[in-house]
Design a protein around this ligand. Sequence first.
Ligand SMILES: *Cc1c(COP(=O)(O)O)cnc(C)c1O
Length: 351
Amino acid sequence: MDASCGILARYRDWMDLPPHTRDLDLCEGHTPLIPVPRLARRLGGGFDLYVKYEGLNPTGSFKDRGLVVAVAEAWGRGAQAVICASTGNTAASAAAYAARAGLRAVVVVPQGKVALGKLAGALAYGARVVQVRGSFDDALALVREAVARFPIALVNSINPYRLEGQKTAAFEIVDALGRAPDWLAIPVGNAGNITAYWMGFQQYHQAKGTGLPRLLGVQAEGAAPLVHGREVARPETIATAIRIGRPARGKEALQAVQASRGRIIAVPDEAILEAQAWLAQEGLWVEPASAAGLAGLVAEIRRGRLDPRGKTIVVVCTGHGLKDPDIVLKRHEALPLIEPDLDALQPWLMT
Ligand SMILES: *Cc1c(COP(=O)(O)O)cnc(C)c1O
């Protein structure tokens, strides 16, 4: 198979991969960097604000950038199966790329904690989905044990090739803007993505002098181990994709944020839902975790801790709203039900 339309075709020379890595793609990457000037005005104006819309990847989240590379490497190494623990998006993505490569996929998820669209995706792509009684962190510990004992390739973000793939989003932003933005606001769960972005920005800067952004990492208040400086035994947030109490890449993320002169903050669930609604008002429906980056930016600007004037700011929206339809449906009243006649419809037409 020729990799011709995805991130391996476009950026392979910039990735540190073993030579046995196969070609593989579902045309992931080259996601749009969407200007949102009205949103910038709501925040006081005088700056350029963009959304990096990662929900437009093939399985609906940025995880595709990491999984295409991790599966391509495992496949080239002769693996016949891949395994991951997941809050959902990794599961769907691993399942899709395993299917594309002709490998088996096993995904281990925390019981009852995975959004509908993600679970359905993993099943649709043909993965074996196993629930555990426990958290994501328990699932990850179990998967680590499994790969130590069985011939199956681990594709969680502790897999180094995941980050090689994920850093391509930073390349795309710089390629689109001509230089790095001044700030990058991004949700943080297991902390692999923020680490990967920093790798990408640094690599381009070293090669081309394109500058470095300051990083604003954003966790949910009920799952903010990197803000509070300690593990969270029972993380709780409606933003399921970042409901993680023991981030695998926590140390690297803290180093990246410090080197960038940025910070990691926590926002309450209500702020995440508000940011989700603001994005939807721009025509961008993202899942709750995806809106955390914007929620963090809004909080910092409102508190006067971040002066956006004259700056270029990119908010990373990590996954599509279709992943978690329940969240939206639950927040709406029952839909009106009418007879099919115009008089009955009229009240809904003019207000
Ligand atoms: C995985 C994921 C995150 C968190 O990324 P990390 O690399 O775990 O920090 C955020 N949003 C969405 C939609 C995700 O799927």
